[in-house]
Design a protein around this ligand. Sequence first.
Ligand code: FAD
Length: 437
Amino acid sequence: MAVLRPLPPPAPGDLPRGFPTRQALGQKLRELFPAAEGELSEIRGGRKAAELALTRLDPSRYRRSRNFLDGAVTGLSPYVRHGVLGLAELKRLVLGRVRDWNEAEKLISELGWRDYWQRVWLQQGDAIWSELEPLKTGHPPDSYGTELPRDLAEGRTGLACIDGFQQQLLSSGWLHNHGRLWLAAYLVHWRRLRWQLGARWFLQHLLDGDPASNNLSWQWVASSFSQKPYIFNRENLERYARDRYCRSCASANSCPFEGSYESLQAQLFEPLAAAPDPPSQAQAKAPTKLKPVAPPQRPVLWIHGEGLGPANPAWAAAAKVPALFVFDRCRIAADGTSLKRLGFCYECLLEVPVVLRLGDPLEELLAFVERCGADGVIAQRPTDPHLGAIATALAEKLPLQLLEPEAFVALESDPQLQRFNRYWRQAEALLRQEAPG
Ligand SMILES: Cc1cc2nc3c(=O)[nH]c(=O)nc-3n(C[C@H](O)[C@H](O)[C@H](O)COP(=O)(O)OP(=O)(O)OC[C@H]3O[C@@H](n4cnc5c(N)ncnc54)[C@H](O)[C@@H]3O)c2cc1C
């Protein structure tokens, strides 16, 4: 795939596709995105890096140690998020390394969480930026702060764990799931800040930053997409962080996380007037669905952020066709995307034969179609509603064929998505049949 596909002759405004060093890539990114914060992460983008991480995949050790900060987690989320590694492909790899379903179940169910959040996003669209259900904390929504305090944003809270997570988020762009949970719970419940602040902050920095997994996890912590708020205590942190932070913490004798769950809940929350109603099946918003069109005869490919690697079905659908990726100038500025996120994506893109541009995606796509003498566009069906809006606008101008990414699990057409366990009951029954043993 990568070798045969032609790149059209370079045109003014194409971004470079080769750098003598990683430092030179960083330098170029600083020129292109002067407002982007930070430096490149030590985590590299691209399929080669993903394959290296895959050599460490060990479902059995994962099952035993996933909750520990030094456990055998995969570190694959940035590659999965960008379609460098498909979720269905990863599932097959996991099932290929186990003797039976029991050994695989823990890791497969975590992949299921990603699939679940993506389905909820497709159903809810931008509504995932608002509370999907009332908070169960007893506090009115407008009592939560709307600005990220400087001590938290700058890692100067004086709490070794929280400052450690902030530091890791900003430098590497990856955090263990438990670190994310603890940091999110601290921000929402101890500091009483709106979860959306934290969600935006994470999306600026996480290499796997994905509004579905991110916002819905924040809502799960906040309690607007769960039955009760998530909190932790010092004992829990010391167990799973193995005392990495508490020993050196200047606040060890005045730790806000010290205490039983009952006493912390009493400190942090007000009693609820009534028990929360069980969630009903959410009303589906209309995801991007275009009228079926005849495939273009001379297409170009539109590569977007959900399909930067081989998991994108567009590569296989149209071999030897020029491809374009556009860094969306306005969106990057509006989101405050950090340099490490941009660098990760750029590195993924350097491994696939694609023309790189910076600007407005719709304008750039139309210009690319003309430049290549093409008559239409093929792309992976986006989940992100912003990409969906670009697709809709594009389809008004020329034939656009959207291809479904390979499904992680083929559920019935209207699956139950109120809570993960309802989704998982349906998904597990099907996934189990694919396991050996
Ligand atoms: C507040 C908060 C924000 C989060 N934001 C994101 C985000 O923006 N992008 C993102 O991909 N994940 C997010 N997660 C989910 C999870 O923390 C990460 O996917 C996981 O920690 C990534 O590390 P890993 O690849 O080693 O995961 P592993 O534990 O090795 O799991 C393997 C894969 O399963 C998927 N996965 C595992 N756990 C989850 C989960 N809880 N939810 C969804 N998918 C999961 C990921 O694709 C991951 O790569 C968030 C969690 C929380 C609590």
